[in-house]
Design a protein around this ligand. Structure first.
Ligand SMILES: [Zn+2]
Length: 138
């Protein structure tokens, strides 16, 4: 059995007037992540780990922020493309282990059920891009 391990890391600044999207899930918050795409730092880190495991570069190579084509892009769609790159080389992702480090605590009087959010993120990543398999990229 051949196994390769990748390590991904991403960081985005929290700013007003942006959605907070992690793992494809829009999390209600007064701040969101700044970025050229949807700034989904969790999905970006996962893509970098997948690409790094096969020495295929990083997401900036495939989806450069200088290209207006990726403005506001749904990172789960980008993840689908990375998954296709991996599969085209005969590999597949067997395990994802991620840590989220947040700049600002979540202070809502009705706190999020983080177990539910984590499950939703996982389902979104695993199933989200499968559902979008037939979507095309422009
Ligand atoms: Zn990013």
């Amino acid at each position: 059995m051949n196994i390769r391990i990748g390590n991904g890391y991403d960081i985005h600044r929290l700013v007003p007037d942006r959605p907070l999207i992690l793992g494809g899930v829009n999390i209600p918050h007064d701040l969101g992540l700044l970025g050229h795409s949807d700034a989904d730092a969790l999905t970006h880190a996962i893509m970098d780990a997948m690409l790094g495991a096969l020495s295929l570069g990083d997401i900036g190579h495939y989806f450069p922020p200088s290209d207006p084509k990726w403005a506001g892009a749904d990172s789960l769609l980008l993840l689908q493309q990375v998954d296709q790159l991996i599969k085209a080389r005969g590999w597949h992702t067997g395990n994802i282990d991620s840590v989220i480090v947040a700049e600002k605590p979540y202070n809502d009087p009705n706190p999020l059920d983080f177990k539910k959010v984590t499950e939703e993120v996982f389902i979104s990543i695993i199933n989200g891009y499968r559902k979008r398999k037939n979507r095309t990229f422009s």
